[in-house]
Design a protein around this ligand. Structure first.
Ligand code: PGA
Length: 255
Protein backbone atom coordinates (compact mmCIF):
# COMPACT_ATOMS: atom_id res chain seq x y z
CA UNK A 1 0.00 0.00 0.00
CA UNK A 2 1.29 3.40 -0.96
CA UNK A 3 0.61 6.20 1.52
CA UNK A 4 -0.47 9.28 -0.44
CA UNK A 5 1.91 12.22 -0.23
CA UNK A 6 1.13 15.90 -0.76
CA UNK A 7 4.14 18.21 -1.01
CA UNK A 8 4.23 22.00 -1.24
CA UNK A 9 7.05 23.43 -3.35
CA UNK A 10 7.33 27.05 -2.28
CA UNK A 11 9.93 27.81 -4.96
CA UNK A 12 11.55 31.24 -4.43
CA UNK A 13 8.86 32.52 -2.09
CA UNK A 14 8.78 33.12 1.63
CA UNK A 15 10.68 35.52 3.85
CA UNK A 16 11.12 34.10 7.32
CA UNK A 17 8.06 35.71 8.92
CA UNK A 18 5.82 34.58 6.07
CA UNK A 19 7.37 31.15 6.10
CA UNK A 20 6.83 30.75 9.85
CA UNK A 21 3.18 31.79 9.58
CA UNK A 22 2.50 29.55 6.60
CA UNK A 23 4.22 26.54 8.17
CA UNK A 24 2.24 26.94 11.39
CA UNK A 25 -1.02 27.30 9.49
CA UNK A 26 -0.25 24.17 7.46
CA UNK A 27 0.62 22.24 10.60
CA UNK A 28 -2.64 23.31 12.26
CA UNK A 29 -4.66 22.67 9.14
CA UNK A 30 -3.49 19.12 8.51
CA UNK A 31 -3.01 17.82 12.05
CA UNK A 32 -6.25 15.84 12.02
CA UNK A 33 -5.81 14.34 8.58
CA UNK A 34 -5.03 10.66 8.47
CA UNK A 35 -3.87 8.18 5.87
CA UNK A 36 -1.54 10.57 4.09
CA UNK A 37 1.76 12.37 4.46
CA UNK A 38 2.24 16.09 3.99
CA UNK A 39 5.50 17.91 3.31
CA UNK A 40 6.65 21.45 2.59
CA UNK A 41 9.79 22.63 0.81
CA UNK A 42 10.63 26.24 1.64
CA UNK A 43 13.66 28.10 0.27
CA UNK A 44 16.99 27.34 1.97
CA UNK A 45 16.99 30.59 3.95
CA UNK A 46 13.71 29.65 5.65
CA UNK A 47 14.55 26.01 6.47
CA UNK A 48 15.65 26.69 10.04
CA UNK A 49 12.65 28.90 10.73
CA UNK A 50 10.23 26.37 9.28
CA UNK A 51 11.92 23.49 11.14
CA UNK A 52 11.30 25.37 14.35
CA UNK A 53 7.70 26.15 13.42
CA UNK A 54 7.12 22.45 12.66
CA UNK A 55 8.68 21.09 15.86
CA UNK A 56 6.54 18.18 17.02
CA UNK A 57 4.51 18.23 13.79
CA UNK A 58 4.03 15.32 11.40
CA UNK A 59 4.51 17.69 8.46
CA UNK A 60 7.76 16.77 6.73
CA UNK A 61 10.39 19.36 5.92
CA UNK A 62 12.22 19.25 2.60
CA UNK A 63 14.45 21.28 0.30
CA UNK A 64 14.15 22.19 -3.37
CA UNK A 65 17.63 21.27 -4.54
CA UNK A 66 20.95 19.93 -3.29
CA UNK A 67 24.54 19.30 -4.34
CA UNK A 68 25.76 15.70 -4.34
CA UNK A 69 28.93 16.22 -2.32
CA UNK A 70 28.95 16.35 1.47
CA UNK A 71 31.28 19.34 1.66
CA UNK A 72 33.95 21.11 -0.33
CA UNK A 73 34.79 24.03 -2.58
CA UNK A 74 31.39 24.40 -4.26
CA UNK A 75 30.50 28.05 -3.78
CA UNK A 76 26.80 28.64 -3.43
CA UNK A 77 25.83 25.01 -3.04
CA UNK A 78 24.09 23.15 -0.18
CA UNK A 79 24.99 19.58 0.74
CA UNK A 80 22.91 16.60 1.87
CA UNK A 81 24.61 16.77 5.28
CA UNK A 82 23.51 20.38 5.62
CA UNK A 83 19.95 19.50 4.70
CA UNK A 84 19.87 16.73 7.28
CA UNK A 85 21.36 19.12 9.80
CA UNK A 86 18.55 21.60 9.01
CA UNK A 87 15.93 18.92 9.69
CA UNK A 88 15.06 17.94 6.12
CA UNK A 89 13.54 14.55 5.35
CA UNK A 90 13.19 14.88 1.60
CA UNK A 91 14.60 16.87 -1.29
CA UNK A 92 13.07 17.81 -4.65
CA UNK A 93 15.52 16.99 -7.45
CA UNK A 94 15.57 17.76 -11.17
CA UNK A 95 12.61 20.13 -11.16
CA UNK A 96 11.95 21.34 -14.71
CA UNK A 97 12.80 24.90 -13.67
CA UNK A 98 16.25 23.66 -12.63
CA UNK A 99 16.64 21.73 -15.87
CA UNK A 100 15.47 24.72 -17.91
CA UNK A 101 17.28 27.61 -16.19
CA UNK A 102 20.23 26.00 -14.42
CA UNK A 103 21.39 23.35 -16.84
CA UNK A 104 20.51 20.29 -14.78
CA UNK A 105 20.43 17.07 -16.71
CA UNK A 106 19.72 13.41 -16.04
CA UNK A 107 23.36 12.76 -15.09
CA UNK A 108 23.46 15.44 -12.38
CA UNK A 109 20.03 14.41 -11.14
CA UNK A 110 21.31 10.84 -10.87
CA UNK A 111 24.29 11.88 -8.72
CA UNK A 112 21.97 13.89 -6.49
CA UNK A 113 19.54 10.99 -6.12
CA UNK A 114 22.37 8.71 -5.01
CA UNK A 115 23.62 11.28 -2.51
CA UNK A 116 20.14 11.90 -1.13
CA UNK A 117 19.54 8.18 -0.57
CA UNK A 118 22.95 7.79 1.07
CA UNK A 119 21.92 10.46 3.57
CA UNK A 120 18.42 9.18 4.17
CA UNK A 121 16.75 12.04 2.39
CA UNK A 122 13.84 10.86 0.25
CA UNK A 123 14.47 12.17 -3.27
CA UNK A 124 11.46 13.52 -5.14
CA UNK A 125 12.62 13.12 -8.72
CA UNK A 126 10.81 15.41 -11.14
CA UNK A 127 10.22 14.38 -14.74
CA UNK A 128 7.97 15.71 -17.48
CA UNK A 129 7.71 16.66 -21.11
CA UNK A 130 7.48 20.09 -22.71
CA UNK A 131 4.51 21.12 -24.82
CA UNK A 132 6.40 20.58 -28.07
CA UNK A 133 7.48 17.11 -26.94
CA UNK A 134 3.86 16.24 -26.13
CA UNK A 135 2.66 17.57 -29.44
CA UNK A 136 5.32 15.53 -31.22
CA UNK A 137 4.06 12.39 -29.49
CA UNK A 138 7.28 11.99 -27.49
CA UNK A 139 5.87 12.18 -23.96
CA UNK A 140 6.43 8.57 -22.93
CA UNK A 141 9.90 8.45 -24.51
CA UNK A 142 11.02 11.64 -22.78
CA UNK A 143 9.63 10.64 -19.39
CA UNK A 144 11.00 7.10 -19.67
CA UNK A 145 14.45 8.45 -20.48
CA UNK A 146 14.35 10.86 -17.53
CA UNK A 147 13.24 8.12 -15.12
CA UNK A 148 15.94 5.71 -16.31
CA UNK A 149 18.55 8.47 -16.37
CA UNK A 150 17.85 9.42 -12.76
CA UNK A 151 17.53 5.93 -11.34
CA UNK A 152 19.35 3.34 -13.45
CA UNK A 153 22.04 1.57 -11.45
CA UNK A 154 20.38 2.00 -8.06
CA UNK A 155 19.61 -1.05 -5.95
CA UNK A 156 15.99 -2.18 -6.00
CA UNK A 157 16.02 -1.84 -2.22
CA UNK A 158 16.80 1.86 -2.45
CA UNK A 159 14.09 2.46 -5.02
CA UNK A 160 11.29 2.10 -2.49
CA UNK A 161 12.49 5.34 -0.85
CA UNK A 162 12.35 7.25 -4.12
CA UNK A 163 9.36 9.39 -5.03
CA UNK A 164 8.79 10.31 -8.67
CA UNK A 165 6.90 13.49 -9.57
CA UNK A 166 5.40 13.66 -13.03
CA UNK A 167 5.13 17.34 -13.90
CA UNK A 168 4.30 18.13 -17.52
CA UNK A 169 6.18 21.38 -18.17
CA UNK A 170 3.19 22.85 -20.01
CA UNK A 171 1.06 22.46 -16.86
CA UNK A 172 3.43 24.13 -14.39
CA UNK A 173 2.24 27.54 -13.27
CA UNK A 174 0.02 27.84 -16.33
CA UNK A 175 -3.35 26.96 -14.85
CA UNK A 176 -3.52 24.23 -17.47
CA UNK A 177 -3.76 20.94 -15.61
CA UNK A 178 -3.32 17.55 -17.25
CA UNK A 179 -6.57 15.62 -17.26
CA UNK A 180 -6.62 12.77 -14.76
CA UNK A 181 -6.53 10.37 -17.72
CA UNK A 182 -3.51 12.08 -19.30
CA UNK A 183 -1.70 11.96 -15.97
CA UNK A 184 -2.70 8.36 -15.27
CA UNK A 185 -1.37 7.24 -18.65
CA UNK A 186 2.07 8.65 -17.85
CA UNK A 187 2.04 7.49 -14.21
CA UNK A 188 1.22 3.97 -15.33
CA UNK A 189 4.04 4.14 -17.88
CA UNK A 190 6.49 5.33 -15.20
CA UNK A 191 5.50 2.40 -12.99
CA UNK A 192 6.04 0.02 -15.91
CA UNK A 193 9.49 1.48 -16.57
CA UNK A 194 10.31 1.03 -12.87
CA UNK A 195 8.98 -2.53 -12.90
CA UNK A 196 11.04 -3.46 -15.97
CA UNK A 197 14.16 -2.13 -14.34
CA UNK A 198 13.70 -2.91 -10.66
CA UNK A 199 10.96 -5.52 -10.45
CA UNK A 200 8.10 -5.67 -7.99
CA UNK A 201 9.38 -2.82 -5.81
CA UNK A 202 7.82 -0.54 -8.45
CA UNK A 203 4.48 -1.15 -6.73
CA UNK A 204 5.81 0.61 -3.63
CA UNK A 205 7.08 3.75 -5.36
CA UNK A 206 4.93 6.81 -4.96
CA UNK A 207 4.32 8.77 -8.14
CA UNK A 208 3.05 12.31 -7.59
CA UNK A 209 1.38 14.53 -10.14
CA UNK A 210 2.43 18.19 -10.35
CA UNK A 211 1.30 21.08 -12.54
CA UNK A 212 -1.49 23.50 -11.57
CA UNK A 213 -2.86 21.27 -8.82
CA UNK A 214 -5.67 23.14 -7.07
CA UNK A 215 -8.42 22.44 -4.53
CA UNK A 216 -10.78 22.14 -7.54
CA UNK A 217 -8.90 19.34 -9.29
CA UNK A 218 -7.13 17.31 -6.58
CA UNK A 219 -10.03 14.99 -5.74
CA UNK A 220 -10.45 13.85 -9.31
CA UNK A 221 -6.72 13.38 -9.84
CA UNK A 222 -6.54 11.23 -6.72
CA UNK A 223 -9.13 8.79 -8.05
CA UNK A 224 -6.58 7.47 -10.57
CA UNK A 225 -4.88 4.22 -9.64
CA UNK A 226 -1.29 5.37 -10.11
CA UNK A 227 -1.57 8.93 -8.82
CA UNK A 228 -0.22 8.74 -5.28
CA UNK A 229 -0.24 12.39 -4.38
CA UNK A 230 0.73 15.81 -5.63
CA UNK A 231 3.60 18.25 -5.87
CA UNK A 232 1.97 21.65 -5.49
CA UNK A 233 3.55 24.97 -6.44
CA UNK A 234 1.39 28.10 -6.53
CA UNK A 235 -1.47 26.68 -4.48
CA UNK A 236 0.92 25.72 -1.66
CA UNK A 237 1.62 29.38 -0.86
CA UNK A 238 -1.80 29.87 0.74
CA UNK A 239 -2.50 27.72 3.77
CA UNK A 240 -6.18 27.44 2.94
CA UNK A 241 -5.71 26.02 -0.55
CA UNK A 242 -2.81 23.77 0.42
CA UNK A 243 -4.67 22.36 3.42
CA UNK A 244 -7.68 21.69 1.20
CA UNK A 245 -5.49 19.87 -1.29
CA UNK A 246 -3.88 17.84 1.51
CA UNK A 247 -7.39 16.99 2.67
CA UNK A 248 -8.35 15.42 -0.68
CA UNK A 249 -11.36 13.20 -0.22
CA UNK A 250 -11.31 10.61 -2.96
CA UNK A 251 -9.40 7.38 -2.69
CA UNK A 252 -8.24 5.57 -5.78
CA UNK A 253 -8.24 1.80 -6.26
CA UNK A 254 -4.53 1.65 -5.31
CA UNK A 255 -5.35 2.84 -1.79
P1 PGA B 1 2.33 24.78 -9.94
O1 PGA B 1 3.85 24.24 -9.79
O2 PGA B 1 1.50 24.00 -8.96
O3 PGA B 1 2.42 26.25 -9.58
O4 PGA B 1 1.92 24.54 -11.35
C1 PGA B 1 4.11 22.87 -9.59
C2 PGA B 1 5.59 22.65 -9.50
O5 PGA B 1 6.35 23.30 -10.24
O6 PGA B 1 6.05 21.82 -8.69
Amino acid sequence: MRVPLIVGNWKMHGLRDEARALARAVHEGVRNLHGREVGIAPPFTALATVAEALAGSAVLLGAQNMHWEERGAFTGEISPLMLRDAGCRFVILGHSERRQYFGEDDASVHRKVRAALAHELAPIVCVGETLSEREAGQTLDVVGRQVRGALLGLQADAIRHVVVAYEPVWAIGTGRVATPQQAQEVHCWIRNVLAETFGSVAEEVRILYGGSVKPENIDELMTEADIDGALVGGASLQAESFVRIAGFVSAGPGR
